[in-house]
Write a protein that binds this ligand. Structure first.
Ligand code: PFF
Length: 452
């Protein structure tokens, strides 16, 4: 079997950019704002940020260090350190397989909106019901999702991620600037202040365990944690890179983009819907319903809208590529198929599995597993069930099997480990307990035993 040489990132910047390319995607731009709007605005933001600097930090340090220490990706890394625990690596590998299909459905929506803005249909796209009519139809969303998967597959098939990384260096900063620019425009619209206050000011009346469940699921998703991705990226990281520093930068970058995405969308919901509760809780469609109205209200909205959606498409593609790449490497390693065969089969598989998520908003809307649409159902399985299980097991593995010292040693190779105590306490005691509570409550609520 051909053995691929394990490449290294050129330095810290290489690692940070590549990991950020995977981390920054639809999770930040599409998922975060709708969750923040739905789960109480400021209180969700606060809980998310607290979890990010405590729990997210500990888990990301742990995963990246596991990868760099072993030089292997998830399955191999757990196996090398203690072969009895390689099942954690397998479990982590299932997550991208579940996410990729439904991620592509949303990617398809972005394709559609980009094409609408490019062809000058801004006003039409800003109309009420444009979005519902589109996702409720059968053929068009499927064509769009197929286009999205196809572009992802071509990149993975040809192995041109290196080229993509170079383009990312230009497009990612552009996306950040544009997001901040639109956010500033949004909050200066008449009536936005009330929305801005809702978004940034914690209101403890809105706090419940659901806030924590949703924020934690979002944290895993957004930072590509608990699915083996950060272990793989860590395995490519050079030993001389300061690990703690690099992790801190990714966290700040990822959270900042999510924050501005929320600022771009949440206040705008208040502007265009006058703070109507249904509009605030619109769910997965929020970005697609609110932003076109913002673009329609601004000068050169057509151009800004087209530019925005092409950049979002790009961010979504870099994330989808990292998802598909991970699945391809697992399949290659385990089934010994070639890269091209693996890519083709995974593409077809994802396309088929994506169909219910797409049709679930239209002809199949009557079928609701556990009371959810198909897309929400897949999202729930990965974010609220599998990822917490993997995160819990990873904490136990690091905290009690290999011991935190094994990770600290790796982090300290070339710099001090400033937040070592936080890392140890989180990994051993706090994180496993919180995750367990969250996991149990989300299972019980899905079964209808409790309402959270
Ligand atoms: N973190 C990505 C986002 O926020 O959109 C989603 C994601 C990408 C998850 C790649 C997992 C992954 F491997």
């Amino acid at each position: 079997m051909k053995k691929k040489k394990r490449s290294n990132f050129s330095g810290k910047l290489g690692f940070v950019l590549a990991a950020a390319g995977s981390a920054v995607g639809l999770g930040n731009l599409w998922r975060f704002p709708y969750l923040a709007a739905k789960y109480g605005g400021g209180i969700f933001l606060l809980v998310y940020l607290i979890l990010a600097v405590t729990f997210g930090f500990a888990l990301m340090i742990g995963e990246v260090a596991l990868g760099r220490k072993t030089g292997l990706s998830a399955i191999g890394a757990f196996k090398k350190l203690n072969s009895k625990y390689s099942f954690i690596g397998y479990l982590a590998s299932i997550v991208p397989i579940i996410i990729l299909p439904y991620y592509s459905v949303i990617g398809g929506w972005v394709v559609k909106y980009f094409s609408a803005f490019v062809t000058g249909q801004t006003t039409k796209a800003a109309k009420d019901h444009y979005f519902e009519t589109f996702i409720g139809s059968s053929l068009e969303p499927i064509v769009c999702l197929a286009i999205f998967i196809f572009i992802t597959a071509v990149v993975v098939f040809l192995g041109v991620e290196k080229g993509i990384e170079k383009v990312s260096k230009l497009l990612m900063p552009l996306l950040v600037l544009l997001t901040i620019g639109i956010a500033i425009y949004s909050i200066t619209l008449p009536g936005a202040l009330e929305g801005l206050i809702y978004y940034v000011k914690p209101n403890f009346k809105h706090f419940s365990i659901t806030t924590v469940v949703a924020a934690m699921g979002q944290l895993f998703y957004s930072m590509s944690l608990a699915m083996g991705i950060m272990i793989t990226y860590g395995s490519y990281m050079k030993k001389e890179v300061k690990l703690e520093n690099a992790v801190t930068q990714i966290e700040i970058f990822d959270s900042a983009i999510a924050f501005f995405a929320g600022m771009m969308i949440v206040p705008a919901v208040f502007v265009f819907n006058g703070g109507d509760a249904d509009a605030i809780k619109a769910g997965p469609g929020l970005m697609f319903i609110t932003l076109p109205k913002v673009f329609d209200s601004m000068p050169f909205g057509n151009f800004v809208g087209a530019l925005f959606f092409i950049l979002v498409l790009f961010a979504a593609l870099t994330s989808a590529i990292s998802l598909m790449e991970t699945i391809v490497s697992i399949v290659q390693d385990k089934l010994h198929w070639g890269r091209k065969k693996s890519t083709i089969i995974i593409t077809l598989f994802s396309l088929v599995v994506a169909l219910p998520s797409s049709l679930g908003f239209g002809v199949w809307s009557g079928i609701t597993p556990f009371g959810m649409s198909f897309l929400d159902f897949f999202d729930f399985i990965s974010n609220s069930i599998l990822m917490p299980i993997v995160a819990f097991l990873t904490c136990i593995f690091i905290g009690y099997i290999i011991k935190p010292a094994a990770i600290s040693e790796e982090v300290k190779l070339n710099s001090a480990f400033k937040r070592e105590t936080l890392f140890v306490v989180m990994t051993k005691y706090i994180a496993p307990i919180i995750i367990l509570i969250i996991l149990i409550s989300s299972i019980l609520s899905a079964l209808g035993i409790i309402t959270i």
